[in-house]
Design a protein around this ligand. Structure first.
Ligand SMILES: Cc1cc2nc3c(=O)[nH]c(=O)nc-3n(C[C@H](O)[C@H](O)[C@H](O)COP(=O)(O)OP(=O)(O)OC[C@H]3O[C@@H](n4cnc5c(N)ncnc54)[C@H](O)[C@@H]3O)c2cc1C
Length: 404
């Protein structure tokens, strides 16, 4: 297995520069407009698909064709440096793809993941529907139900999912539902709801604080019938797993934990992209802005703030890269994926707030992008496991104890 190496390969450098240019030429000029409109940025995602930046191939090459683990963090940081709302619009289908890859058979992955993306000329979206209004962190509280109709070998889904990225506008929805209510969080299964299935509808579309170009909505499931083959992993495997849980045997919690740990560095990379955008902008501003007859960066109060911002970003990136590398090796020891996500998200929230401080009054207005970056940064403390849930995972990993 590869040693941890901070030197990017030539391919990774080229990829980074290519995405950076797309961010400069296409994403940044469009960012403010889509944030104000609070709509899914279809033309930008279509343009990303045309050049091969949105699509199943891109994901496959970035994830499967990379032994170092660094390709996706490097790519994602550039995308989110461009804009986090548009970045999320481009990355959102990846949540569905990851959900399918985590539980599906090889055949299911090959059938459904490409459908989460469509083609360059016919862009499709995927959505991963787990959270519910009364159960986000507390996954044992899900109420959406899946019942097997044995006669027809169909599953019938009912319930409501909340805060779903691409919810209702996606073509493929991956839905986590309760199959055995007695078993709490161990009684769940994941289902693909194919495009156009009757009974699946978008509920309210949320108005958000940040990443407003990303579509977030409720997904309402009313007697949604899907074929037996849409149960990810298949019925036999589900029955075996449920039997093991009923017998009180330990399930594959460790495997699930490794999967979550492996996707968290990607969220950390998103946060670093936003933080870096705000840092670079405020550094330039501090060099130019004059107060008391000198550039404001000539004051240690400002220069040291920028020094700390740069240091936090570097530290966060190192944690994200190392966690991504460990993820490739399947070798997390102390929940390093959670640590990286926790640190990078906090860095983004803090750095973007400091950036507003450095810009003063201008930073608080919508004349410049730092207030948007500050709004965008905050989501990273919340989704894909809140700050406190990351702390919980880390505390359990370092102590080996059941911390509540
Ligand atoms: C923009 C956006 C996009 C999203 N996209 C998706 C998506 O695509 N798919 C999806 O399934 N979900 C999605 N979510 C949902 C997201 O994952 C949840 O909001 C998140 O997991 C938190 O759940 P909650 O909102 O119910 O908060 P809660 O779980 O109610 O938490 C509220 C507060 O209590 C704290 N808390 C909860 N439990 C504990 C504990 N045991 N110990 C200490 N503190 C605790 C939390 O950290 C938080 O501070 C999205 C959310 C947003 C805002």
């Amino acid at each position: 297995m590869n040693e941890f190496n901070l030197e990017l390969t030539e391919d990774q450098e080229q990829l980074r520069d290519w995405i950076h240019q797309f961010a400069v030429d296409v994403i940044r000029p469009a960012a403010e407009d889509w944030d104000e409109r609070e709509e899914f940025p279809w033309p930008v995602v279509q343009e990303a698909a045309q050049i091969g930046l949105y699509g199943w191939d891109f994901l496959a090459q970035g994830m499967l064709g990379d032994k170092t683990g660094l390709t996706m963090p490097v790519a994602i940081e550039e995308l989110f440096w461009g804009d986090a709302g548009i970045g999320m619009a481009i990355m959102g289908s990846g949540l569905a793809a990851a959900g399918i890859a985590a539980s599906g058979t090889q055949e299911q992955v090959m059938e459904w993941v490409p459908q989460c993306y469509g083609t360059a000329d016919d862009v499709r979206l995927g959505a991963f529907c787990a959270s519910e209004a009364n159960a986000g962190s507390d996954v044992g509280g899900y109420r959406a139900r899946a019942v097997h109709d044995e006669v027809k070998d169909e599953w019938v889904l009912n319930g409501a999912k909340a805060w779903i990225t691409n919810g209702g506008i996606a073509d493929v929805h991956v839905v986590v539902a309760v199959v055995d209510p007695e078993l709490g969080s161990k009684g769940h299964a994941s289902f693909v709801v194919p495009p156009g299935t009757p009974g699946l509808a978008q509920g309210q579309k949320y108005k958000k604080h940040g990443i407003r170009a990303s579509h977030t909505a409720e997904v309402i499931l009313t007697d949604v019938r899907v074929p037996g083959g849409c149960l990810l992993g298949g019925k036999e495997k589900l029955d075996e797993r449920l039997d093991r849980v009923r017998r009180g045997e330990k399930g594959n919690a460790q495997a699930a934990m490794q999967t979550f740990e492996a996707t968290r560095p990607a969220v950390g990379a998103q946060a670093i992209g936003v933080a870096r955008a705000a840092f670079e902008y405020s550094l330039e501003y501090a060099k130019e802005r004059q107060a008391f007859g000198r550039p404001i960066i000539a004051n240690q109060g400002i220069a040291f703030m920028l020094a700390d911002m740069a240091t936090e970003i570097e530290a966060s990136r190192m944690m994200v890269w190392r966690a991504a590398w460990l993820g490739k090796r399947g070798g997390f020891v102390n929940a390093e994926g959670s640590m990286a996500k926790l640190k990078a998200a906090r860095t983004a929230t803090w750095v973007t707030e400091r950036a507003i401080q450095i810009l003063g009054g201008a930073g608080y207005t919508r004349e410049v992008p730092v207030e948007r970056w500050h709004r965008d940064a905050k989501i990273h403390d919340i989704f894909e496991g809140t700050e406190q849930i990351q702390q919980l995972v880390i505390a359990r990993a370092i102590s080996g104890m059941r911390i509540e």
